[in-house]
Design a protein around this ligand. Sequence first.
Ligand code: NAD
Length: 242
Amino acid sequence: MNKKIAIVTGASRGIGRAIAEKLVADGFFVLGTATSDSGAEAISAYLGANGKGLKLNVADAADIDSFIKVTGDDYGTAAVLVNNAGITRDNLLMRMKDEEWDDIISTNLTSVFRMSKAVLRSMMKARYGRIINISSVVGSTGNAGQANYAAAKAGMLGFAKSMAKEVGSRGITVNTVAPGFIDTDMTKELSDDIKKSLMASIALGRLGQPEEIAHAVSFLASEQASYITGETLHVNGGMYMP
Ligand code: NAD
């Protein structure tokens, strides 16, 4: 294992990019993933000598297997996996099509199961690892129009706790960061009305920045967090207080 290798899925922009940049600042060599060749090239460009952009569709089991094999051969086993890639396909429940449900579960939840399982084989041998999943406040609060997304993001919480119990004895920690309302492409498209009502529910009265999520991930990936596992860190400006 190379303790300074970190994988960040969905690193082409937004929260994933901020996480990749922060982990580089922490001294990691980052393998950042994107869904397209151009996205992978863009990641390589911003990471420079401190990382590499690679193409990966986290919704595709075969793609994950070959990604883990190739990166393992080329760079060594990663010590840190950040399951960040995610999408939304919003619709009211009574209008939601099976494919809108399936896409979200597959991209946002099944991918986390597959990616984690794929890296765990080597992490267990090395008796070290940090797995950090990016969930959402919506996994705890629910949200009208996002039953698929809420189910996937809530599923991540139980999945992480179960995994933490299974692999803790091997020196591997598994934690979740649950962002609130963060200023990225994912939230840019929301209407002004929705943004206004969301803003009213945030104690700090503003959107979060991707870097504020990256700091939480950086902490959980660090030695300072060595005794924290199965935990969910809510980074939401006081939008939800469990
Ligand atoms: P974004 O849309 O800006 O970025 C999402 C990233 O995931 C992109 O890099 C995209 O290429 C990648 N991705 C999408 N489908 C993929 C696939 N099949 N395989 C591999 N990569 C794929 O979104 P963001 O706001 O930066 O969100 C990042 C994570 O944070 C997501 O899991 C999202 O659910 C979560 N989140 C975001 C917010 C927010 O307010 N922005 C709030 C809570 C949670």
